[in-house]
Design a binder for this molecule. Structure first.
Ligand SMILES: O=P(O)(O)OC[C@H]1O[C@H](O)[C@H](O)[C@@H](O)[C@@H]1O
Length: 615
């Protein structure tokens, strides 16, 4: 094992923590680096090749395949050190030692991974990597415009970033301000968008927004009227100093359109001119773009068709909301760019995204047989799992592979945060059905230097959090539950950018390994279409009820009669559900016969003589 170059004393923060725990523990030299933030350039002792790494701790495949995993602590230590990935500049570590892949498995996967690397290289050069939609996949260009396949795209990316920064600066400095607010400046951002037009901005806001941001952000990310009312009510008079950002790549998503219409209604009722406070982020000439242009909204920012919703955080979708909160978006881009660069190496052991994809394939058998539980032990990363749910499951959850074979692929993601989740479902993880592997996200810095506090001799809150993570990792592993640990020094724009890039690339590589298109979402359309059919049926029901209500006396209708008049007798159950929802919102009236069964109800609009109804 190589010697460690550049030994330096532990950082003040670490020395503080170590002092808090009493005397400096005697740590094997090789692990000192891990505890100390790698601000200095150090080289971890790594074996010269994967074979020696794997052989020093490899367990016979049949043993591992049968669920037995390496338990010898010294062998585990060697496996840990030999496989530990470290990005020195980012201060990011990836520990895959608690995933039990064997040397044989690694060797088997090497050719597939090399093929995936070539596919990712082609993708970044502008290949049609989304063949089902005939599109390029260019989210990596957003943080390194020089990679874009032509100067036009490069300039689009660079110019968009410039106008985003300028606009945000002008809003924060009140050069751009609302027309009628006593505050004299914008104080709030209301983001209206759903899916990839919300999840990234929500994750980043939760992770990085300062305690007192220049503009505080809130989200309408659904078509729930109560949820919309709640956000608008919370804004109250501050609606007058709210910048409304409507985000929709397609420009036609129903939930987002509904949110916009509801917000515009609130503006009208408050006597405010929405166009003076509205911003659109959408593809050029989309319905939303044209609406914003025609209505003269404050600003419009482009989305590009070669950036998918779930990989749009580094586009105007994520950058504008973040910048308005005072988040350093250029640092986010730097973090993503540094991670991208690391993910371009074809040496698997030095490629963190490839290592993640390898672990996912091993743990889930390449068919999603195990779920990915995401457990950040940091409150501010709470929404990372929700963000990854779309990025991973909308990318990998596909019915057919690229050769047209029905594969029903996927990788299920869930989780919230540790140690909180230890008091919720870790019981099942530790002892119950073994259908998962865990990804811990570890953040080494607990508090800004000098702000730590001992809540008992030599122990801080952060020590508990650290101990809970390590304890859970050990307890799960002791019961053969595998895990990955991603470690960052602290939650910063740079580390968040790196995490996003790491998982975007890992999804891309894994998709190559399982031969699916990670960049389209055909299944979503089915749900949208079905929703449209429900609304169309509701309109027909209301027309039939209106007609019946115009008769003297009013003609209450049974469900069968409604279904017959709508010419869809087979839809009687949906008709009942629609009628029940209408009645619950006082938009239809239901009278029930003595048995109270849905079969005996009569539906009508307006007043009706109830005595005659069941006479
Ligand atoms: O940004 P929009 O076009 O409004 O789309 C919002 C979301 O809609 C669909 O659900 C897609 O599957 C998502 O990938 C997308 O993020």
């Amino acid at each position: 094992m190589g010697s460690i170059s550049g030994i330096c004393s532990p950082s003040p923060a670490l020395r503080l923590r170590l002092r808090l725990r009493g005397s400096l523990p005697i740590l094997p030299a090789s692990c000192t680096r891990y505890l100390r933030p790698p601000r200095s350039i150090v080289d971890l002792p790594r074996s010269s090749s994967s074979s020696s790494a794997a052989s020093s701790s490899a367990v016979p495949a049949e043993k591992i395949k049968n669920g037995a995993v390496e338990k010898d602590p010294i062998k585990l230590w060697h496996r840990y050190v030999d496989w530990l990935y470290q990005h020195k500049e980012l201060g990011l570590f990836l520990d895959v030692s608690r995933i039990g892949f064997t040397e044989e498995f690694f060797d088997q996967m090497e050719p597939k991974l090399q093929k995936a690397f070539r596919a990712m290289q082609d993708l970044e050069k502008g290949a049609i990597a989304n063949p089902d939609e005939g599109r390029m996949v260019g989210h990596y260009w957003l943080r390194n415009p020089k990679l874009a396949p032509n100067s036009f795209l490069r300039l689009q990316i660079e110019n968009t970033l410039d106008v985003i920064c300028k606009f945000a600066d002008d809003v924060i400095s009140a050069k751009i301000k609302p027309p009628s607010s006593s505050a004299g400046r914008f104080t709030q951002v209301l983001s209206v968008g759903i899916g990839g037009s919300a999840l990234g901005p929500q994750f980043v806001a939760e992770a990085l927004a300062p305690d007192n941001p220049p503009l505080k952000i809130r989200f309408i990310d659904n078509t729930d009227p109560a949820g919309i009312d709640h956000q608008i009510a919370q804004l109250g008079p501050e609606l007058a100093s709210t910048l409304v950002i409507v985000i929709s790549k397609s420009g036609g998503t129903p939930e987002t359109r509904n949110g916009l219409l509801e917000v515009q209604k609130a503006f009208r009722e408050a006597g405010l001119d929405f166009s003076k406070q509205g911003v659109a982020i959408t593809q050029e000439n989309s319905l939303l773009d044209n609406t914003a242009r025609i209505e003269g909204w404050l600003a419009r920012f482009p989305m590009f068709d070669w950036v998918g919703g779930r990989t749009s955080e580094m586009s105007s979708v994520g950058l504008l909301p973040a910048a308005l909160q005072g988040i350093d978006i250029k640092e986010m881009l730097v973090g993503a760019s540094l991670m991208d660069e690391a993910d371009r190496t074809t040496v698997v052991k030095d490629n963190p995204a490839a290592l993640l994809a390898l672990c996912w394939f091993w743990a889930s058998g390449g068919i999603g047989s195990k779920d990915m539980v995401v457990l950040p032990y940091k409150d501010s990363l709470l929404l990372f799992s929700r963000y990854l749910q779309q990025l991973v499951m909308e990318s990998l959850g596909k019915e057919f592979d690229l050769d047209g074979n029905r594969v029903n692929q996927g990788l299920t993601v869930y989780g919230n945060k540790g140690s909180t989740d230890q008091h919720a479902y870790i019981q099942q993880l530790r002892e119950g059905v073994h259908n998962f592997f865990v990804t811990f996200i570890e953040v080494l810095h607990d508090r800004p230097p000098g702000h730590d506090w001992e809540l008992e001799p030599g122990v801080t809150c952060g020590d508990y959090l650290f101990g809970m993570l390590q304890g859970t990792r050990s307890a799960l592993y002791a019961n053969d539950r595998e895990s990955i640990t991603v470690t960052v020094q602290e939650v910063t724009p740079r580390s968040v950018g790196a995490l996003i890039a790491l998982y975007e690339r890992a999804v891309g590589i894994y998709a190559c390994l399982i031969n699916i298109n990670a960049y389209h979402q055909p299944g979503v359309e089915a749900g949208k279409k079905a929703a449209g059919e429900v609304l169309a049926l509701q309109k027909r029901i209301l027309a039939v009820l209106n007609e019946a209500s115009c008769k003297e006396p009013i003609e209450p209708l049974s469900l069968e009669e409604i279904a017959e008049r709508c010419h869809v007798p087979e839809q009687i159950e949906m008709i009942y559900k629609i009628v029940a929802h209408l009645a619950a919102n006082d938009r239809a009236l239901i009278a029930e016969g003595s048995c109270g069964s849905p079969r005996s109800i009569k539906v009508f609009l307006g007043e009706c003589n109830m005595d005659e109804l069941y006479a």
